[in-house]
Design a protein around this ligand. Structure first.
Ligand code: SF4
Length: 231
């Protein structure tokens, strides 16, 4: 029997997830982190993939006829899906551009996926020595650093991104992050947006990241990474 396709949830098409593209959003379930501010906490536990290859092909066929030119795969952590490579192969066979979101824990899987990918957005949430405070799980420093190295060597466009949370990172944390990742193609500072279902209840009450804080960190980071942007 053919394997089921990668994703657990399919979302509406998006004009903002993959810059310059109208993309179909796919979400996988299962993540080895438990980030305090995870926006998709329902996708942290593993769930059964629920879409067959035939259904995936039908979805992609319809998307192609609706001017969608890209597929954006997020999660959860997509590189934990045993069907990632098969799904990428099918998606690519329709001619879509593919963007993958990852936190970099599984460099071997990322390496196998890279030939199919047109863009990768990789999280780098905190300086490495403090990362497990955010993820609330053990992390493999070497795996994450190797993923960044693979991206740099791959020739695939990519960004490294940090969600700036009020009261979480300090100026020196941001400097440390830049030192650990530089040089990179693009460094993105993202807003934190509070929600009711965030895994750490104390984060549910934090304010949205104020623009002056992002601008201040942008100015600090530009000293190390010229292409630092706010999103
Ligand atoms: S890595 Fe992403 S999906 Fe996983 S827990 Fe953290 S924010 Fe959520």
């Amino acid at each position: 029997m053919k394997p089921t396709a990668i994703f657990t949830y399919l979302s509406q098409e998006s004009t903002i997830d993959y810059e310059g593209h109208l993309s179909l959003l796919m979400f996988t379930a299962g993540c080895n982190f438990q980030c305090r501010y995870c926006h998709n906490p329902e996708l942290i536990p593993k769930k059964k993939e629920s879409v067959s290859v035939k259904e995936l092909q039908n979805i992609l066929f319809r998307a192609k006829n609706n001017w969608i030119d890209a597929v954006s795969i997020s999660g959860g952590e997509p590189t934990m899906s045993p069907y990632l490579e098969e799904t990428l192969r099918i998606v690519k066979s329709f001619g879509f551009h593919i963007k993958l979101d990852t936190q970099g824990s599984f460099p071997d899987i990322l390496q196998n996926a890279l030939p199919y990918l047109d863009y990768v957005a990789m999280d780098y949430k905190m300086p490495m020595e403090k990362l497990s405070h955010v993820t609330q799980t053990k992390i493999s420093k070497n795996s994450i650093l190797r993923s960044i190295h693979l991206l740099k060597e791959s020739g695939v466009d990519y960004e490294i991104r940090t969600t700036v949370v009020p009261g979480l990172q300090t100026d020196s944390d941001m400097i440390q992050i830049c030192k650990e990742i530089a040089p990179v193609q693009k460094f993105v500072l993202q807003h934190f947006v509070p929600r009711e279902n965030l895994p750490d209840p104390s984060y549910q009450k934090k304010p949205r990241t104020p623009l002056p804080l992002l601008e201040s960190y942008q100015s600090i980071c530009k000293e190390y990474i010229e292409q630092t942007i706010i999103r």
